[in-house]
Ligand binder design. Sequence first.
Ligand code: TYM
Length: 332
Amino acid sequence: MKRIFSGIKPTGHLTLGNYLGAVRRWVEEEQYRTDALFSVVDLHALTVHHDPARVRRLTLQAATLLLAAGLDPARCTVFVQSHVDEHTRLSYLLECTAADGELRRMIQYREKASRAEAAGQGVRLSLLTYPVLMAADILAYGADEVPVGEDQTQHVELARDLAVRFNGRYGHTFTVPRATQPRVGARVMDLRDPASKMGKSHESTAGIVYLLDDADTVRRKVGRAVTDSGSGVVYDRAERPGPANLLDLLAACGGGDPRDLAGGYASYGALKKDAAEAVVELLAPVRERHAELAADPAYVGGVLREGAERARAMARPRVDTAYRAIGLLPPA
Ligand code: TYM
């Protein structure tokens, strides 16, 4: 059976982008057809300026939301990254495999480093090595596939390169993974700034739909989405990104092809209304289930404890093999 691994970082409240680009597919497809692990990757949240209490809270909230969205702990493994030491153990070996230059070239590093510098926060060394830890997340489990949104493909490419390089130098140890993306929703854009990705940590929240937003908030945010003064509703991502994003959202939530959907609208008003209702309908059951599960933290805690045990048992033998292969003396 195919093994897959994917993760989500608790740097902010989960967004519609996270859901459409990743989580929905984990819930609807991956957990049924693969041996799947999904992790709230909390160590990654420490790579930028953070508030300890908030990270702890968001980690539990993200795990609760994954279960609320429909991940079934009887079918897949759900756990918190920092509960399984193998990630950081392997990350160091991969730091000894990666080159400084290839990490400095990463698009997300360049963007986040300049944002941190502009905010006067300093750039943490872990921001540079972030993709190495991400590679360790994936390689520790021998994952074949990594279901992610478009923004993560460069990082998964690095994980592939590191697997191939390590195997070439020290003998076959790691499966070479590949990224997979959803047919629609791989890149959901900010509603107020359709040139940028809808991201958890964007400064302004006006263009971001959060999974826990109530129906009226969703309607307000979608209703205020940026469009343009062009005539007619057409799907053109490059020239008319605002309307294209709304059509993508409608297609991702309700089905259909965004180009075909465009033909059904004479005005942006009607398009926004339908897109908002489609999002409200999609998120309502997740929000309801989240409220139930949030009232039962002992259940969520139990799922995470068992998940971490399973994950550890899966990762340890491969990481131990890597320790021996790279030249470290096993303890007597
Ligand atoms: P993160 O937490 O930023 O996002 C989690 C998942 O959501 C997808 N995503 C989007 N998809 C479409 N449109 C958007 N606007 C959007 N925003 C986010 C992301 O592509 C991702 O699939 N580095 C990763 C976390 C990670 C990871 C891993 C993922 C750490 N280790 C190992 C896979 C495998 C991240 O920051 O995701």
